[in-house]
Design a protein around this ligand. Structure first.
Ligand SMILES: Cc1cc2nc3c(=O)[nH]c(=O)nc-3n(C[C@H](O)[C@H](O)[C@H](O)COP(=O)(O)OP(=O)(O)OC[C@H]3O[C@@H](n4cnc5c(N)ncnc54)[C@H](O)[C@@H]3O)c2cc1C
Length: 412
């Protein structure tokens, strides 16, 4: 049994190693000169490899086709992944929010451990070799691939070419074309976990300002479609940071439907409006002899004050004792419902993951086999699945890679 795996990311490496362990003769084609280029930069180089949550909770974290992952996630769980990495000499630790990282805090250690493992189990790794075509017989069976211009015969092929985001890492969307050419449907690839551009240009003044413990609520035509609490960042074009990335998927969906998503920021979500009003009154009392612009230092980060004052519509030079109740109400609204109209997502190049990909309805969830082409299997982000931040995307890549590799090696 000869298995060819296309793509040396986490999904492809896992698939190749498992297929070899199951007795197959395995060749892995990676178009970069090294394996796991994207894996090495995950989690800001620390590699958030999975999440320690219960599997049922884990599945909730895939807004893109989570239920499809039910089988693979149970076949190769987050605990299995941690044990697997431990066996390869990479112990892991659990951090805030259940995020699992290598104890060394180096994603590169995972890449190196996987590379060593592939050598150990006898996978033939071809670097700098791009696959440009899948070869399928007239009867719809895979018979090989064209890799760097040459035919490589195969009884089974695992397509693990990743998505189309961060193309400099090698994930340039090749797999979509390869799958489409043999009859598969591609759900339009689009950015997920992506920074958002806003209509308001005042954000530019706040470039680099990071906020903690804020709530971001996304509404579409007045209806709440996503809400997250945590950290965010202003950029020269709009907003980014963990909570923005998480709600971005819903924003992209709305924009694709030509709707206008609105972001509402609550800068003080721990306080009710009444509590915040009381807090303002206390601060104003303390600063009674000052101008408005000098009264918010205890409440807000310095760099935010000028913008909040501008948005509140209150003159910055107004003496604090002259601020009316209506003006205070306006300020309260600015602080608790700061609105930003979302204009567009940043491009797919800047997205952490790609939503869309090979349609899951054409893949058997039990073994990752194509329902259209005999001997073809899929693993990782090339499939129309995407998860939130927190280690879910790598877990999906490893779990689907595990199942695809094993199934490819054991196919009848
Ligand atoms: C900046 C950043 C940070 C991230 N951080 C995290 C994180 O901390 N936790 C998490 O869970 N997820 C994270 N992700 C997402 C995660 O990295 C991906 O979901 C995951 O790498 C997908 O794995 P994959 O094996 O399917 O694809 P990839 O990792 O994209 O690997 C695909 C491989 O296939 C190769 N390839 C493509 N086409 C061909 C071809 N025609 N021939 C041969 N080879 C080919 C590519 O060169 C590439 O090496 C992050 C993503 C980015 C961009």
């Amino acid at each position: 049994m000869h298995v060819v795996v296309i793509g040396g990311g986490p999904a492809g490496m896992m698939a190749a190693g498992q297929a070899a362990l199951a007795g197959a003769d395995v060749t892995l084609c990676e178009k970069n000169q090294r394996l796991g280029k994207k894996l090495a930069i995950t989690g800001k180089g620390r590699g958030n490899v999975t999440n320690a949550a219960e599997i049922k909770e884990l599945i909730q974290q895939y807004p893109g086709n989570g239920s499809f992952l039910y089988g693979p996630l149970y076949r190769f769980t987050n605990d299995d992944l941690r044990q697997f990495l431990l066996d390869l000499g990479v112990p892991t630790v659990v951090e805030r929010g259940g995020r699992v990282f290598p104890q060394s805090q180096k994603a590169q250690d995972v890449v190196e451990a996987l590379s060593r493992w592939l050598r150990k189990v006898g996978v033939k790794v071809l670097l700098g070799k791009q696959v440009t075509r899948l070869l399928v017989t007239e009867r719809g069976m895979i018979e090989g691939v064209i890799c760097a211009g040459e035919k490589l015969a195969a009884d089974a092929v695992v397509l693990a070419t990743g998505g189309a985001s961060y193309p400099a890492t090698g994930s340039t969307g090749d797999g979509y074309r390869l799958a489409q050419e043999v009859g598969h449907t591609i759900v339009t690839p689009r950015p997920a976990l992506v920074p958002l551009e806003t209509k308001e240009s005042w954000v530019r003044e706040l470039t680099g300002v990071a906020l903690k413990n804020v709530t971001a609520t996304l509404t579409v035509e007045g209806r709440v479609v996503a809400e997250e609490f945590g950290e965010m960042l202003f950029t020269h074009y709009g907003v980014s940071g963990p909570i923005i990335l998480t709600i971005s998927r819903a924003a992209v969906e709305a924009l694709m439907k030509k709707k206008k998503p609105m972001l509402h920021l609550n800068l003080k979500p721990a306080l009710t409006r009444e509590q915040l009003d009381a807090r303002l009154l206390r601060d104003f009392k303390k600063n009674i002899r000052k101008q408005f612009k000098n009264s918010l230092n205890d409440l807000l980060p310095q760099r935010l004050i000028e913008t909040i004052i501008m948005l509140s519509g209150i003159s910055p030079d107004l003496p604090v004792h002259q601020i009316s109740k209506d003006q205070r109400e306006a300020l309260l609204t600015t602080l608790t419902d700061l609105r930003l109209q979302i204009k567009s997502p940043r491009s797919l190049r800047e997205a952490i993951v790609t939503a869309g990909g090979v349609a899951v309805k054409e893949i058997h969830p039990t073994n990752m086999a194509s329902k259209l082409v005999g001997g073809l299997y899929f693993a990782g982000e090339v499939i129309d699945i995407d998860g939130n931040t927190g280690g879910y995307n790598l877990q999906a890549a490893f779990s689907t890679g595990f199942v695809a590799g094993l199934s490819a090696a054991l196919q009848a």
